[in-house]
Design a protein around this ligand. Sequence first.
Ligand SMILES: *Cc1c(COP(=O)(O)O)cnc(C)c1O
Length: 359
Amino acid sequence: MTLPRLRPDINDLPAYKAGQRAEPREDLVTYKISSNENPYPPLPGVLQAIMHAALDTHRYPDPFSRRLVEALAIRFDVPQEAIALGTGSVAICGQIIASAAGPGDEVLFAWRSFEAYPIWTQISGATSVQVPLLPDERHDLPAMLAAITERTRVVFVCNPNNPTGQVVTTAELEHFVARVPSDVLVVLDEAYREFIAGDDVPDGIGFYRRYPNVVVLRTFSKAYGLAALRVGFAIAHETVASALRKTATPFGVSTIAEEAAIASLAAEEELLERVDALVLERQRVWSALRDQGWPLQRTEANFVWLRLGDRTADFAAACEQAGIVVRPFAGEGVRITVAETEANDRVIEVAGRFRSPLG
Ligand SMILES: *Cc1c(COP(=O)(O)O)cnc(C)c1O
C-alpha cells in the first residue's frame, strides 16, 4: 500500500525541538529551565480573568480580539490597524513569511538564532539564508547586509538573540535598517525585550515609526508569564499588519488568552517588578559563572548561554543529574533559563563542578 503523498520538503522538515520537561523525582524537586519560561505563576487578578473568560468556552472568541487590540494600541501608542495578533509570536513569524515569501524567495537571518525561522521558511517553500554569528555571538549585520539579494523578502533580527542572549545596539540597528531595501521586511523579534537592562539597546517600536518595512514582534509568553495561553503580537505598517491578520489562523487567539493578556497589561507594573527580580537573578548567575572562569558574553534575556562545543551533552547530563533540565544545542552549547532561585543555585553549583578538574 502506498502512503499518502506529502511534499518531500515537508517530510524532511526537522521537528521543532521544544525544551524537555523535568520529570518528577523522589529525592529532589526538579526544574525545567529549558524553555525560557517565567517561573512566576499567574497573578491572582490574571487568574480571575482567565476563570471568568472560561465561562464562555462554548463560544468562539472575537475573531478580531478587538478589546486586546484596543488595549495594545493605547499601551504602545500606535494605531489599532498597526497591530496583528497571533497564537504566540512564533505563529506570527510564520504569518510574516507566508505573507512575503514563497518558492524562489529568500528569508535571511543570523545563525544560530530562533529555531522557528528555518522551519517556517521551509514550510513556505522559500529558501533560508543563514549568516553565522560573530565569534562573540552577536549578529554580523554587515555580513547580513551583504547577503541581501534581489530575492530577499524577509530579514529577521532577533534582539536579544535566542539562544545566545547578545544584542544589536541602537547605532548598529540604525545603520542596518537604513541600508536594507525598503521593500524588504525587517522583523525585529523582541520576545525578550522586557528583560533588557542596557540603555544602548533599541526599542523596535521607534524603528517601526520611522521605517514602513519594520515589523516588531512581541509576546505575552516570557515577561508576562502567559506561555501556555499562546498570544503574541506584531506592530507593523498597516498594509503589513493587514496581511498578517489575513494569514492568521481564524479564531486563533482564545477568549481566555485575550482576557489574560488584557489583565496582564493592566497589571503591568506588578509583572515588571517580577521581571526586575529575574534580571537581578540573571546578573547573579552570570557573575557567579564568570567568577568560575566561564568565557561568557553579554546577555540581555532571561537566559544565559554557555558555548560548550563538544562538552554540551555532558554538561546537560550533569544538570539532569542535579534535577535541572537545560536546553542543549548539540555540539554548540547550552541555553539555561534564569528561573527559581533554587534552580539558579543548582546551575551555579553544577557549572562550578563541571569546570573544576575534579568535577
Ligand atoms: C519564545 C520566543 C518567541 C515567541 O514565543 P511565543 O510563545 O510563540 O509567543 C518568539 N521569538 C523568540 C526568539 C522566542 O524565543
